[in-house]
Design a protein around this ligand. Structure first.
Ligand code: PEP
Ligand code: MG
Length: 752
């Protein structure tokens, strides 16, 4: 018997009509399989759907025995149908019965059919069912026929997902219902129970079948042009950090966007009668199913790219560009994103934000710092999470263990409820320490300060019992504004900060932008290496008006009070001198205008560029204090980008090379009598903070949530005993001292 594909578009149209009918789900499914069978000119067409236990149930058939419907169940991987499901791709056999995987089910009466073609019904990378066609003759199905079947399968999948075809009793139970554990790296240590929000919401394709094929073709063409234009522009701008993209990711995009194979598959999908959106979805489903089964992890990386690209394309087609922060959030949102910039995280309503899960940010990247500052649960390097979650899914995010449980089982929920209670007890314990000074067992007072950047951080100063603000990142105000904050706005913020600090010291750092800290309305031009480029003090000295306005705002805000200014990214003494000159000039102007000067003005340098380590003889006599930016210092010492997860975890901050550099800074500061602090992320981790105290640091600054745990550590530490041990290790070790330090803590009862 010869078979023909018929007119696929006509079939799709009929399919749509059938699905829209007001009949029972079963009656509609029966019509669907009948329609496909007559269109493909086949004796049999059957639909199998996956059950919760992974088996495939025959839910409708044209041609096999009716009595088998809902009675035939194939175990996972069983039979040719199981094979199609497992491999997630179409299979055809001219002589199916002689295939080794063939599973004979007498109740179906299929022994008389020889040729078989099966296509998976795909949803979100999962196979949720299989659509099959059989003929008596041993025949080869044409590419067009298989293609038409795949398109039909997609339409069935989308309709199932929207609940438009099946009633409750015949609902496809997808593998998605099962619980999944994702492992990543911890950004912040709290635990959150909540519901998933996708930072870049998936576009739901509702209109699947084209009315006007030509129109769909030109819509797709235009969207592809917009997409390639957008990517080219991002490349040209060197806009790597706005959405956190790395250069190689963009390059992969460019490769795909210009990939003829991808375009051809889109065209083929369009030709079967789909809308432009549905064609994108179809190609994405097929690619995803194929790639997820590839053992080589590099293919998984490409999967991210195709996902991103498809999402972007769907956005252009729908005209929908906003992120989830502008929409309605559940009141316990756990935001999932491939990556995002720090300002994008700040766009979320803090009252509703419980956690953030990222795929690509480094643990010391700025978005990570902002997550810590917000005190929410956060993890990163959680591969594949964006594809696997569905908005609204329940999730438990364990920032401490660096894992997320998606759709957790009851047992996991119970276990975590215990953990959350434990966390609350710990918090109560830390709160009890609030008024206790941080003094070691051998009577060393350690200053514990908080890092802040916005007004909402200020209540933390009191709640945590910290000694002051060791680092106020002024750039955050700039990053979340629409335009440059004017002199008055800056003055107002700084004044409120000093008012609320109520006499506790505050170290204001001058604008530190560039690298991954992007001000959307200010572009310095494309740079090959933004972390090493035009940033922080370099920008301030080249554009003194910007810097001077900020200094003026700070001087006015201080108004007779103490003012501490910290200059970022100093790499040469001359930069410090030049900046100091500009500051002095502003002080003179202040006096000329008869405004009150600060009671004391202290100007310090951040030690975060390694070159400074060899200029202390000249720098320290000029500075009032120094503060080590260990995030940048370590990134530059090891030449490992702190925002790039591939390399950021490669070098441990407890490596002797890093610790010797830090010890050198302590020695030099002591030699010159210069007050010293450290304000990088190291300071907030009890084990690392313990090492810092062992090296001689007596003032450290951290995310507010870390003050309690770090104080508990300080109170249980014998600093001189640790210093002696560190000296021994630093004299001879070459690899990270993490294990030695942990052992020391365990043996001497230090709380870490
Ligand atoms: C640092 O580099 O350690 C630091 C505190 O500054 P930032 O993280 O803002 O670059
Ligand atoms: Mg820095």
């Amino acid at each position: 018997m010869s078979a023909s594909v018929g007119a696929p578009r006509q079939m799709l149209r009929r399919l749509r009509e059938v699905m829209a009918e007001h009949e029972s789900a079963q009656a509609r499914l029966d019509k669907v399989v009948m329609l496909i069978a007559s269109n493909i000119v086949a004796e049999v067409c059957s639909l199998y759907l996956r059950r919760r236990d992974g088996s495939l149930e025959l839910v409708a058939t044209e041609g096999l025995n009716r009595s088998a419907v809902h009675n035939t169940h194939l175990k996972p991987g069983e039979g040719l149908v199981g094979l199609v499901a497992e491999q997630g791709e179409p299979k055809q056999y001219a002589d199916a019965q002689h295939h080794p995987a063939f599973s004979f089910r007498p109740e179906t009466g299929e022994e008389i059919y020889h040729s078989f073609v099966g296509v998976p019904i795909l949803r979100g990378g999962d196979t949720i069912g299989v659509l099959t066609v059989q003929n008596r003759t041993m025949r080869q199905y044409s590419d067009e026929e298989v293609e038409a079947l795949q398109t039909t399968a997609m339409v069935i999948a989308e309709t199932l997902a929207s609940g438009g075809i099946l009633s409750e009793d015949v609902t496809a139970e997808r593998g998605r219902d099962s619980s999944i554990r994702f492992v990543g790296q911890s950004i912040s240590e709290s635990v959150a129970l909540g519901h998933i929000v996708l930072h870049e919401p998936r576009i739901v394709v509702t209109k699947l079948i084209a009315e006007d094929a030509e129109l769909e073709r030109s819509r797709l063409q235009q969207a592809i042009e917009e997409l390639t234009g957008q990517i080219d522009e991002m490349m040209e701008r060197g806009d790597l950090a706005r959405a956190g993209e790395h250069h190689e990711v963009l390059e992969a995009f460019v490769m795909f966007a210009h990939d003829h194979g991808w375009r051809r598959r889109l065209d083929e999908a369009l030709a079967t009668g789909l809308t432009a959106e549905a064609a994108v979805q179809r190609v994405r489903n097929d690619t995803r199913a194929r790639m997820m089964r590839m053992p080589d992890p590099r293919f998984r990386d490409r999967l991210h790219d195709i996902e991103d690209l498809s999402n972007r394309l769907l956005r252009f087609l729908s005209g929908e560009t906003a992120t989830a922060s502008t929409g309605v959030l559940p009141d316990d949102a756990i935001v999932v994103a491939r990556t995002m910039g720090p300002a994008e995280l700040l766009d979320y309503d803090r009252q509703r934000l419980r956690g953030v899960v990222l795929e690509e940010a480094g643990t010391n990247s700025h978005v990570a710092i902002v997550a810590r500052a917000l005190g929410i649960a956060a993890i990163t390097q959680c591969k594949g999470v964006v594809e696997m979650v569905e908005p609204g899914d329940a999730a438990i995010l364990d920032g401490r263990g660096g894992e997320m449980h998606l759709r957790p089982t009851q047992e996991v929920v119970h276990a975590y409820s215990d953990k959350v209670r434990f966390q609350a007890r710990k918090q109560a314990q830390y709160a009890a320490l609030r008024e206790v000074p941080a003094v070691t067992l051998d009577d060393q007072r350690v200053g514990l300060h908080i890092n802040a950047g916005l007004l909402f951080d200020l209540p933390h100063l009191k709640q945590s019992g910290a000694d002051g603000i060791g680092l106020f990142r002024t750039e955050l105000q700039f990053m979340i504004s629409e335009t440059f904050p004017r002199l008055e706005q800056q003055t107002k913020l700084y004044k409120s900060i000093l008012d609320q600090a109520a006499g506790r010291p505050v170290v204001f750092r001058s604008l530190d932008v560039g690298g991954d800290k992007v001000i959307p309305y200010f572009r310095g031009g494309a740079e090959e290496n933004p972390a090493l480029g035009w940033r922080a003090i370099r920008m301030a000295l080249d554009r003194p008006a910007l810097f001077r306005t900020q200094i003026r705002a700070l001087l006015r805000a201080a108004h007779g009070r103490e003012l501490r200014l910290l200059l970022p990214m100093i790499s040469d003494v001359s930069e410090f001198k030049a900046a100091r000159g500009l500051i002095d000039h502003e002080v003179t102007l202040l006096k000329t205008h008869g405004r009150p000067e600060p009671s004391t003005l202290m100007v310090g340098a951040m030690v975060e560029v390694p070159s400074l380590l060899w200029q202390f003889d000249h720098l320290l006599p000029l500075t009032d204090f120094i503060s080590v930016g260990s995030n940048d210092l370590i990134q530059f010492l090891f030449a490992a980008d702190r925002g790039n997860e591939r390399v950021s975890g490669r070098f441990d901050s407890l490596n002797p090379a890093a610790l010797r550099a830090l010890r050198h800074i302590v020695w030099e500061a002591e030699r010159f009598g210069t007050p010293l602090a450290l304000c990088g992320e190291m300071a907030g981790k009890p084990l690392e903070a313990m090492a810092l105290i062992g090296l001689g640091f007596r003032s450290i600054s951290m995310a507010p949530a870390s003050v309690g745990p770090v104080k508990a550590m300080v109170l249980s530490l014998d600093a001189s005993a640790l210093s002696a041990r560190l000296e021994e290790w630093l004299a001879c070790r070459t690899t990270s001292l993490r294990e030695e330090l942990k052992k020391f803590a365990a043996e001497t009862g230090v709380q870490i």
